[in-house]
Design a protein around this ligand. Structure first.
Ligand code: SAH
Ligand code: DHB
Ligand code: MG
Length: 222
C-alpha cells in the first residue's frame, strides 16, 4: 500500500471511531464554528482525541488540571467535562484574542465555574504557578508552542505529585520526529526522549490518526 492509500485508510478508521462513539455534539461543533469565525487556526485536538483526554481524566480521577495552550478552548472543554463539579482547570494562553474566544466558548459550554484561562507567556505563567505554590495538578496537558516542550516538561515536574499524568500533544509531528530537520521536531523528539529516560516517569508515545500533525505522549509520575 502506498503512503497516500495508507493515509486515506487511517482517516477512514478515525471517522469510523468518531461515528461509533458519537464523539462530537452541538456545543463542540458550535465552538469550532465560532473559533473559525474568530480567525483562529484549526489546530485543536480531534474529537476522538478529546474523548481520549476525557477518559484519561476519568480513569485518573483527576480533580485539578493544567493546560498549556488554550486556543479556542476546544480541548479545555473536553478536559473539563471529565472533571467533577468541584474540579478545576487552569489553561494558559499567550494570545489575548484566543483567550477571549476561549472564554466565550467555555461560557457556552457552561463550564466557566471550573475553567480559568490565564493570559501570558506560559514560561512566565508556569514560573508564577510554581512560585505561588499553586500545584499539585493531577494532570498537565502540554499543547502550546512545540519549541517550549522540554521547558514545559521541567516546569510540569514541579507542579505534579506521584500518580499525576503529564500529556504532550503532537509529539510525532507527522513523522518528522523520526528525522528532525526543524526546531519543532527537534524539541518534540527531545521531549519524548526525556520522558522515556526520566526515572521519575513511566510513559509511552501514542501514534494518533488525523489529517494534520498527530501523536500524543502520555506519562505517569512515579
Ligand atoms: N489545546 C488547544 C490547541 C492549542 S494550539 C486545543 O486542542 O483546542 C496552541 C496554542 O498555544 C495557541 O493558541 C497559541 O497561541 C498558544 N501558545 C503558543 N505559544 C505560547 C506560549 N509561549 N505561552 C502560552 N501559549 C502559547
Ligand atoms: C499544530 C499545533 C497543534 O497543537 C496541533 O494540534 C496541530 C498543529 C501546528 O502548530 O501546526
Ligand atoms: Mg496540539
Amino acid at each position: 500500500m502506498n503512503t497516500e492509500d495508507a493515509r486515506e485508510l487511517l482517516e477512514e478508521i478515525d471517522g469510523y471511531i468518531e461515528n461509533l462513539f458519537d464523539t462530537s455534539d452541538e456545543v463542540l461543533e458550535a465552538i469550532l464554528r465560532d473559533s473559525r469565525r474568530g480567525g483562529l487556526p484549526e489546530i485543536n485536538v480531534s474529537p476522538n482525541q478529546g474523548r481520549l483526554l476525557r477518559l484519561l481524566i476519568e480513569i485518573a480521577g483527576a480533580r485539578r488540571i493544567l493546560e498549556i495552550g488554550t486556543l479556542g478552548g476546544y480541548s479545555a472543554i473536553h478536559l473539563a467535562r471529565g472533571l467533577p463539579d468541584d474540579g478545576e482547570l487552569i489553561s494558559l494562553e499567550i494570545d489575548e484574542h484566543h483567550a477571549e474566544v476561549a472564554r466565550n466558548n467555555i461560557e457556552r459550554a457552561a463550564l466557566s465555574a471550573i475553567v480559568e484561562v490565564r493570559v501570558g507567556d506560559a514560561h512566565e505563567l508556569l514560573s508564577d504557578l510554581i512560585e505561588n505554590g499553586e500545584g499539585p495538578f493531577d494532570l498537565v496537558f502540554i499543547d502550546a508552542d512545540k519549541e517550549g516542550y522540554p521547558d514545559y516538561l521541567d516546569a510540569s515536574l514541579l507542579l505534579v505529585r506521584p500518580g499525576s499524568l503529564i500529556l504532550g500533544d503532537n509529539t510525532i509531528r507527522g513523522g518528522t520526529v523520526l528525522d528532525p530537520r526543524e526546531d519543532t521536531a527537534l524539541a518534540t523528539r527531545e521531549f519524548n526522549r526525556r520522558i522515556a529516560e526520566d526515572p521519575r516517569l513511566g510513559g509511552i508515545v501514542l501514534p494518533l490518526i488525523r489529517e494534520r500533525i498527530d501523536g500524543m505522549t502520555i506519562a505517569k509520575v512515579l
